[in-house]
Design a protein around this ligand. Sequence first.
Ligand code: ADP
Length: 445
Amino acid sequence: MFSKVLIANRGEIALRIIAACRELGIATVAVHSVADRDCLHVRQADEAVCIGGPYPQNSYLNITAVIAAAEITGADAIHPGYGFLAENAHFAEIVHECGLTFIGPPPSAIRLMGNKSEARKKVSAAGVPVLPGSLEPLQNRGEALELAAEIGYPVILKASAGGGGRGMRLAHDERELKRAFDTARNEAEKAFGDPAIYLEKYLEQPRHIEFQILADTHGRVIHLGERECSIQRRHQKLLEESPSPALTPEMRAEMGRAAVAAARSAGYLSAGTVEFLLAPDGTYSFMEMNTRIQVEHPVTEMVTGVDLVKEQLLIAAGQRMTVPKGRIVPNGHAIEFRINAEDPETFAPSPGRVSFLALPGGPGVRVDTHLYAGYSIPPYYDSLVAKLIVHGRDREEAIARGRRALTSLEIEGIRTSLALHLRILDDRDFREGRLHTGFMERYQV
Ligand code: ADP
């Protein structure tokens, strides 16, 4: 096992990784920007190294500085968390070249899945259903129009190198597609440094259902059930739950098998997520694979009892995963609420100083956060400041617990998305499990 792990991240996920390392008796090194001197991960890690200026490109994305910090402190592995360098195959390669271990999948799997059109082609060849569309990047507008005519509108153009809900353009007809084509290519070039785009059928009112994967170097690849992430705003997840109210045990088994096949086709290792869209008619299609630990991993932990970050550490050290053999049946129901520091009206980030903080506790409640009273949220990073996760014997109990915990979570001094979650819990369709990715449109967001 490693003796010291450097965490190339900040905030709640850095704390989460510190927790897993501590339980395994591994020392931790935090890295931080000058804006994050007072961030909790810096205080809680065994050692901390300042690696640069406030903007991510000068610190958390600065590969040279991160590697130097690992070498200076004598760390033997690097955990990238999510975001920042987590899905950067080049970074993973450099980590290995420097004689350190990258806690995540092999660079080849990151590279493959990071190219969404390549990923589609690969998993499709492994028998996993993908949406009708292009298996190669589109060469020109004519090709896009021809393909769209064949599969039928609406269609969606996506950046091959895209991510984070960005770089997607919807087209309902030929006219819109003609217009969207150049815009999508330009946007892809600007945002991701790669103009390659592909096209697929756009589904109306699908559910976003993703499967948690674990794969170890001893050839074991398993899934730990699904998370339903249909509650999204501008294609970004707001609330996630497990299990999905839409899946029967048979569908779970089938989609789980497909997810495992997708991971195997990529030579996958570590924790990862295979995302599917589930159409109203019950058919499912592969959307993409995320090659990292995800923000919403705690809901899976709550219903399976598996510590996913600990498993990542064990797997990276060449050990067997410790999940018992046999089918995993979800125990009860878990919901995660993402608490963002944002204006509830405009959703613009709302950084500032937290003047008062009271966190809920009690049965079935978990809070993953780096907030403390007196902490000033810097404006340079993601607006996610806390994740409230609740667990109940069933969905109804989880919802009641969610409401109870949300009403006793007090954050003063900044504006947050907390009230929005209470509205969602009161929504009749939500309560009855009638979800789709356009659900939030009713709140005009
Ligand atoms: P990203 O990697 O940027 O998150 P995804 O490919 O995972 O992008 O898609 C994000 C969200 O966009 C999905 O959860 C879904 O709401 C929507 N979406 C993507 N592709 C389609 C599609 N073909 N049909 C309908 N909605 C889609």
